[in-house]
Design a protein around this ligand. Structure first.
Ligand code: SAM
Ligand code: SF4
Length: 390
């Protein structure tokens, strides 16, 4: 695995996340906070609510320098370019936004949405993350997507023309997918990829239609060994083609890592705005979590009534911070800074547990100061973290 080339000394960062909670249709595997509306969404109302909530967050964080902005969803490519422009202006009104920082928008590859790409670029978006999901029509239909391969390729082509940076998502470990078929699809993806790919194994989330269908044995998924082979194939093919993994599911040309997502994994700070958004930032010297109301209209009502839609959250204890730092940082190829862990938790990692995990080939030191999970460790990362955090 590569190490990340965005230097560590630039610090973990301060990101702004904005959640657009609407989709044209709900995909049967998805448990993100996304909602389908059969009436047009009142975008001006939501833009005003975003502006209000951003100002409330600014009052809590104080003046800061933003390192990245991410418009995620849902399907932010259903936003009008004017809505995106209003939100980005509001971010710049509240905090310092240096020229050229990463501004990402998640987009679906349907042709209607691709038509708006130029408007997003003019509004300040400089990176697009496209939800391609598969490069064969049969699997796109299985995944319930509204686009086909032809539309995906044309959206990729258009995005490459318009945006300096492009990433796309694929979901693998689909029913019946052989390592050979996946390897071939991945190579095709890499031929079209600009600088970054997110490659997720299909996960069956509770409460989704796929959960019910899977329980009723309407389809089967690769077993653990087969999924591990697919994961290993993913690492090999991407590394061989210049897009090594810098995180469990994320691959980039050196230097093209997502600054925004690195902020999450390096345990930096971020403000989360919009329905269901989470934030984590330092307030009065303590790391504070914010969680917003998930239902879009209820969230907007709350913002209009009292300036924000935050309905949950907590102040983390040092031990909770240390656990989260471990959980996020071990996802990265660069691993974690052991001194920072010690400073957060007030103690070092248990050397006896470390040596067992090292003997099992699940973790490895990076020089004297850092620890990373190996490829084998990444596959069972939750267990590795639970063991270390005990
Ligand atoms: C918020 S969605 C992306 C934005 C956009 N709405 C789309 O679907 O194209 C983030 C990504 O998570 C991945 N994803 C969502 N649910 C998943 C699941 N159950 N298993 C694997 N990947 C999933 C998909 O690749 C998706 O593109
Ligand atoms: S995968 Fe994307 S398009 Fe599909 S429901 Fe989830 S957020 Fe919406």
């Amino acid at each position: 695995m590569s190490t990340v080339t965005i230097p560590l000394d630039r610090g973990p960062g301060f990101g702004v996340y904005i959640h657009w909670p609407f989709c044209a249709a709900k995909c049967p595997y998805c448990d993100f906070n996304s909602h389908v509306r059969h009436q047009p969404v009142d975008q001006e109302r939501f833009a005003r609510a975003f502006e209000t909530e951003l100002a409330t967050m600014r009052a809590r964080t104080g003046p800061r320098e933003v390192t990245s902005v991410f418009l995620g969803g849902g399907t932010p490519s259903l936003m009008k370019p004017e809505t995106v422009g209003a939100v980005l202006e509001a971010v710049a009104k509240n905090w310092t936004v240096p020229a050229g920082i990463e501004v990402t928008l998640e987009a679906n590859p349907s042709s209607v949405e691709a038509e708006r790409f130029r408007g997003y670029r003019a509004a300040g978006v400089n990176r697009v993350s496209l939800g391609v999901q598969a490069l064969n029509d049969k699997d796109l239909r299985f995944l319930g997507r509204l686009h086909n391969v032809e539309e995906a390729l044309s959206a990729i082509g258009l995005a490459r023309e318009i945006f300096p940076r492009l990433s796309f998502d694929l979901i693998y470990a689909r029913p019946g997918q052989t390592p050979e078929a996946w390897g071939a699809e991945l190579k095709q993806a890499i031929d079209h990829a600009a600088d970054h790919l997110s490659l997720y194994q299909l996960t069956i989330e509770e409460g989704t239609p796929f959960h019910a269908l899977y329980a009723a044995r309407k389809f089967t998924l690769p077993d653990n060994d087969h999924a591990a082979d697919l994961y290993a194939m993913t690492q090999e093919v991407t590394a061989a083609h210049g897009l090594p993994a810098y995180e469990i599911s994320n691959h980039a040309q050196p230097g093209a890592e997502s600054r925004h997502n690195l902020t999450y994994w390096r345990y930096g700070e971020y403000v989360g705005v919009g329905p269901g958004a989470h934030g984590r930032f330092v307030e009065n010297g303590r790391r504070t979590v914010t969680i917003a109301e998930r239902m879009p209209e209820t969230w907007a009502n709350l913002v209009e009534a009292r300036g924000h839609g935050v309905t949950g959250g907590e102040i983390l204890t040092r031990a909770e911070e240390a656990d989260e730092f471990l959980l996020m940082g071990l996802r990265l190829a660069e691993g974690i800074d052991l001194q920072r862990y010690e400073a957060l938790s007030g103690r070092g990692l248990s050397s006896s547990r470390l040596s067992v995990l090292q003997e099992e080939g699940l973790v490895a030191p990076v020089g004297n100061a850092r620890l990373r999970a190996t490829t084998a460790g990444m596959i069972v990362l939750d267990a590795v973290v639970a063991d270390l955090a005990r």
